[in-house]
Design a protein around this ligand. Structure first.
Ligand code: CFM
Ligand code: HCA
Length: 534
């Protein structure tokens, strides 16, 4: 691995190589020159073709995108709205009320004159138009880069319109694309505003047994539907999913859950903390990617409630569901055992999906996140040591206090202690690194050049990333699976999802088609371009 790391860095000028060296880690490295910590959540070096997206994408697309009954208006040039319109495969069930605005693309369509003279009036008119047409429960406003540069006060406009309507919650997000170093800043901006303006609004308590919130699950490819199916079968009530297949009312009722189960730690861990501080709801980390992880997560939820009825039900559901899972896993393993994978995805899937590959007997050679923070690699223990820089300081940390009426610790200190003494871990995430083999390569903010180089050197049986990586990897003759959009497949979460995944990966790594494929320049060397570094 040290040689591979050096080979990856060899092409860079010294200054770039020094910085990238801190973002490429040999797991549990003993070599003295290897860093014991990874550099993450820092700016991408200009000129490098990153896999990352922008802060607006993280806010409007990732967090707010999956909520169907809020009208999301992009304040900016039309491209920002158009290119973030239905590009994530977050599915939704429009429900009985049928209120679903996801299929619409709302934008103020800023023009040159709005940039010069200001866009607030146009924004106000757009909010009015959306309200008159749909009378939604909520309208959200998203700032794009030019809005921040010209200084439109989107929050003042939102406040004014909310007061004017009286029956529609209007609030805004200062999520200009450049606001942070990646999508991650956008998650934080979105979640802060949802917590401030929406969570807790519903004054009518939610009924149900074993009430949980599912945080950081976005229903990509129907993952949330499969998780909901399993939870329902176990008798667990899901009050609110943040934010897959969610509604305004779900966010507004989150204070009524008795446990927060966190899937994607990166995009939402601070909301779990805020729910605990304000309402007394404890949180645990779960993972529904992988059949074994799903079973483990269900058991963890059941253990929290500690009710024999639930514990027995969960065991019965696991036993029933695992029959099909085991049957398919045993079959595919005859072909997939010992094969290798690389995973480079946003901020949690590069970790979670290793469990699915492990169930198929496949090894992860190298993995990394686009924009996760050190705690997602090394575990939450490092949070107190995280360096605050100019970019992270730019993202607001909101102060939350116990709600004078609604704060209610769900467990007594004695109950919590008893659980912890039995090995139960609250607020715990050990990160990706401990789950990876010694000597594997962990790389933050991988780029186009390094992706191709890695594949060339290590020749994995499958490479997992996003759409920007897909075709360049396929041209190297290695099958590529998108773990963002699932290439139109899915769900991959839960038990049925695991079965879907095994079958698809089995087909992909077993296919002969890749070995027959030659890129034009491999057959006609004269088409090869050579870049000379001066
Ligand atoms: Fe969390 Fe996500 Fe992900 Fe993410 Fe994303 Fe996504 Fe992702 Mo694409 S919230 S960090 S910002 S699990 S959109 S549903 S697939 S990069 S690994
Ligand atoms: C985003 C969304 C994205 C992009 C996926 C991809 C998603 O980052 O804005 O690059 O293929 O999951 O849709 O992560």
């Amino acid at each position: 691995p040290t040689d591979i790391k050096e080979e990856l860095l060899a092409k860079y000028p010294p200054k770039v190589a020094r910085k990238r060296a801190k973002q490429i880690m040999i797991n549990e490295a003993t070599e003295s020159e290897a860093p014991s910590e990874i550099l993450a959540n820092v700016r991408t070096i200009p000129g490098i073709i990153t896999m990352r997206g922008c802060t607006y994408a993280g806010c409007k697309g990732v967090i707010m995108g999956p909520t169907r009954d809020i009208v999301n208006i992009t304040h900016g040039p039309i491209g920002c709205a158009f290119y973030s319109w239905l590009t994530r495969r977050n599915q939704t069930d429009a429900g009985e009320d049928g209120e679903n605005y996801m299929t619409y693309c709302f934008s103020t369509d800023m023009q040159d004159q709005d940039i010069i003279f200001g866009g607030e009036k146009k924004l106000e008119a757009s909010i009015q138009e959306a309200y008159d047409l749909f009378h939604p429960k909520g309208i959200c406003i998203f700032a794009t880069c030019p809005v921040g540069l010209i200084g439109d006060d989107i929050h003042a406009v939102a406040k004014k319109m909310k007061a004017k309507f009286g029956d529609c919650n209007v609030f805004a997000f200062s999520c200009e694309g450049y606001k942070g170093v990646s999508q991650s800043a956008g998650h934080h901006i979105a979640n802060n505003q949802v917590f401030t303006h929406l969570v807790g609004e519903n004054e009518e308590p939610k009924e149900g047994e074993y009430k949980i919130n599912l945080l950081g699950e976005y229903n990509i490819g129907g993952d949330g539907f499969e998780i909901d199916r399993i939870l329902k079968k176990c008798g667990i009530t899901n009050i609110a999913t943040f934010s897959g297949n969610s509604t305004y009312d779900q966010f507004a009722s989150a204070q009524y859950a008795d446990l927060s189960a966190v899937m994607c730690h990166r995009s939402i861990n601070y909301v779990a903390d805020m729910l605990e501080t304000k309402y007394g709801i404890p949180w645990i980390k779960v993972n529904f990617i992988g059949a074994k992880s799903t079973a483990k997560s269900l058991r963890k939820i059941a253990e929290y409630f500690g009710d024999k009825k639930l514990i027995d039900k969960v065991e019965a559901v696991i036993a029933e569901e695992m029959m099909e899972v085991d049957k398919v896993a045993t079959d595919v393993r005859t072909r997939t055992d010992g094969k290798t994978a690389m995973l480079f995805v946003g901020g949690s899937r590069a970790h979670h999906y290793q469990d699915l590959f492990a169930e198929m007997g496949m090894k992860t050679l190298s993995a990394g996140y686009e924009f996760a923070h050190r705690d997602d690699y090394e575990g939450r223990e490092v949070i107190p040591d995280l360096k605050v820089d100019a970019d992270s300081r730019n993202i607001e940390e909101i102060t939350v206090e116990a709600d004078p009426e609604l704060y209610n610790p769900r467990k007594t200190p004695e109950e919590l202690k008893a659980l912890e003494e039995a090995g139960y871990q609250f607020k715990h995430y050990a990160g990706m690194n401990p789950d990876m083999d010694k000597g594997t390569l962990i790389i933050d903010d991988l780029n186009q050049y390094e992706a191709e180089k890695l594949v060339e050197i290590m020749k994995p049986d499958i490479f997992c990333a996003g759409i920007k990586e897909k075709y360049s990897i396929q041209k190297t003759g290695v099958p590529m699976k998108q773990l963002h959009s699932y290439d139109s497949g899915g769900p991959y979460a839960g038990f049925q999802g695991a079965v879907n995944f095994y079958k698809e990966i089995d087909r992909l790594v077993g296919s002969k088609v890749w070995s027959y494929m030659k890129a034009p320049w491999q057959e006609n060397p004269e088409l090869t371009g050579t870049f000379v570094w001066e």
